[in-house]
Design a protein around this ligand. Sequence first.
Ligand SMILES: Cc1cc2nc3c(=O)[nH]c(=O)nc-3n(C[C@H](O)[C@H](O)[C@H](O)COP(=O)(O)O)c2cc1C
Length: 189
Amino acid sequence: MKKRLGPSDRLYPMPASLICGGTMEEADACAVAWMGICATNPPRVAVALRESRRTLELIRVTGTFTVNTPRADDAAYADFFGIVSGHQRDKFAGSGWTLEPSDLVEAPRIAECPYQLECRVEQEVELGSHVLLIAEVVESHAEEGVLDATGEKVDVALLDPLVYIAGSREYRRLGEKVADAYTIGKTIG
Ligand SMILES: Cc1cc2nc3c(=O)[nH]c(=O)nc-3n(C[C@H](O)[C@H](O)[C@H](O)COP(=O)(O)O)c2cc1C
């Protein structure tokens, strides 16, 4: 028996990403869970931001941003970026976290995050509570220490990304592998 819960903005889990806008001289970043990959060729990401975010102001200056994946062990830093606004404080000075330049876009990357995407905004879609930024992912970076044996792909166990659970408002890390995708389904039918 299922219980109806009404209209919902929740999916389980959600990413706990840090979106960074601005330049090496003036940057801001905020925690974002309302986001996801939405196309492959070219790769595109969709990020939902409230109009009030200072990060959005800075994204609009250059038309670029970066997506930075924090480690689960860095939940306190990620949360700091999600509860403090750049309208009040410089979060990089406040946290001690640092910026590194991107290769293809003006927006910098967050050096302490082991996986990063460089993005160029293509469209803004007004959604009421949020503005949806649809952006092309023009480059990606991963720390060598989170790559698998081929050296070409991220090993998610090594990445150990922080994930966010809406509703209970908690951070978690991923559990163990369950099965191989595009394979285990062949055992059915
Ligand atoms: C776990 C978590 C997830 C969040 N997800 C979003 C989001 O998807 N979109 C958004 O606009 N704000 C989101 N926020 C809130 C912003 O990160 C927060 O308001 C931040 O202080 C904005 O900083 P800024 O004004 O410097 O950009 C989230 C906060 C937390 C803690």
